[in-house]
Design a protein around this ligand. Structure first.
Ligand code: NAD
Ligand code: UDP
Length: 321
């Protein structure tokens, strides 16, 4: 029997590239697709020489064609950082809606199992903490973040409709803030923002009073959870994230300690609709997938800092991407 074949969209991005590595390691044939709107081919260039890896430069919001059989589709294409999706709001809505529809159609025609990358943002600014999968969320559809949150909520609804109406095999992972090597230093998310500022000798910009919380998961833990979910028989959404919750102010202090910078925290305006608290309830992941995160924030941050330090100097200069 030949290798199993998997299509990964958003493959040149942060998470997509780590998924490519994992599926190559598991000896799959990987078809990587990306339009490079926020991604970077350098994240996957080490795979180009492999005979079981191919790359397609394509916008998945347009009709998607893939030759040959497919066993799995992982749909990870979408801007993911607030500054990205605020800059390209229409593309963000399209890739979550039209892109998802195209890929569900492809999955149906190939009889493939499809996993979609959903997000803790479907819970919006949550009124319950931690957030279990049963929580319906508190999202402002017409606020600036609505373009991302509602696209992802539509994505889940469309995926569930293909599951119930067409009997398609589907999986939904709700990803909580994940970090690690290959994040773009200038993508605006808090970890690369703080480390970039420390490396440039600038103060670290805390938005609001820094009392809002997040729970940061190291990328290898996330990839393991996604891999297990894909191979499970569970079609309802599953949270994957690290429940170790921290305020953004404490997080800034940790980065100051980690980098040894002599800079300090400075307060800036809080973006509109910025969620005040976020922490995954991972009971389902534990019970259904036997999964829980293994890498502590201290360990994960150290690896990620080493990665950012190893980048060429020009990566630091350009604040915009
Ligand atoms: P990223 O920006 O690094 O990667 C996204 C990739 O998708 C990029 O390579 C980009 O070029 C590509 N892309 C965007 N629109 C496309 C289109 N129309 N056609 C083809 N390719 C397109 O972001 P990431 O952090 O790797 O996020 C990947 C996925 O995971 C996204 O769907 C995101 O919503 C989801 N997610 C990520 C996190 C996180 O913490 N990183 C949290 C929740 C959900
Ligand atoms: N944040 C911050 N300073 C920055 C960038 C982000 O204080 O330079 C805050 C942001 O307001 C939010 C948290 O850090 O409360 C996480 O932001 P990020 O963009 O990483 O992810 P998300 O808001 O999508 O969880």
């Amino acid at each position: 029997m030949g290798r199993k074949r998997v299509l990964i969209t958003g493959a040149a991005g942060f998470l997509g590239s780590h998924l490519c590595d994992r599926f190559i390691k598991e000896d799959y044939h990987v078809i990587a697709m990306d339009n490079l709107i926020t991604g970077d081919l350098r994240n996957i260039e080490h795979l180009f020489k492999l005979e079981n890896f191919e790359f397609a430069h394509h916008d998945v919001s347009k009709f998607v064609y893939v030759a040959g059989e497919l066993d799995y589709i992982l749909h990870f294409a979408s801007p993911a950082s607030p500054i990205d999706y605020l800059k390209i709001p229409i593309q963000t809505l399209k890739v979550g809606s039209l892109g998802t529809h195209n890929l569900l159609g492809l999955a149906k025609s190939k009889n493939a199992r499809m996993l979609i990358a959903s997000t803790s943002e479907v819970y919006g600014d949550p009124n319950v903490n931690p957030q279990p999968e049963e929580y319906w969320g508190n999202v402002n559809p017409v606020g600036p973040r609505g373009v991302y949150d509602e696209a992802k909520r539509f994505q889940e609804a469309m995926t569930m409709a293909y599951h119930t109406f067409h009997g398609l095999e589907t999986r939904i992972v709700r990803i909580f803030n994940t970090y690690g090597p290959r994040m773009r230093l200038n993508d605006g998310r808090v970890l690369p923002a703080f480390i970039g500022q420390a490396l440039r000798g600038e103060d670290l910009t805390v938005f609001g009073d820094g009392s809002q919380t997040r729970s940061f998961c190291y990328v290898d833990d996330l990839v393991e959870g996604i891999y297990r979910l894909l191979l499970s028989d569970y079609a309802m959404p599953v949270n994957i994230g690290n429940p170790d919750e921290i305020t953004i102010k404490q997080f800034g202090e940790e980065i100051i300690k980690l980098t040894g910078t002599s800079q300090k925290l400075v307060l800036r305006d809080l973006p509109v609709d910025d969620p005040k608290q976020r922490r995954p309830d991972i009971t389902k992941a534990r019970e259904i997938l036997g999964w829980e995160p293994k890498i502590s924030r201290a360990e994960g941050l150290k690896i990620t800092y080493e990665y950012f330090k190893s980048l060429p100097a020009e990566a630091l200069i350009n604040k915009e991407h």
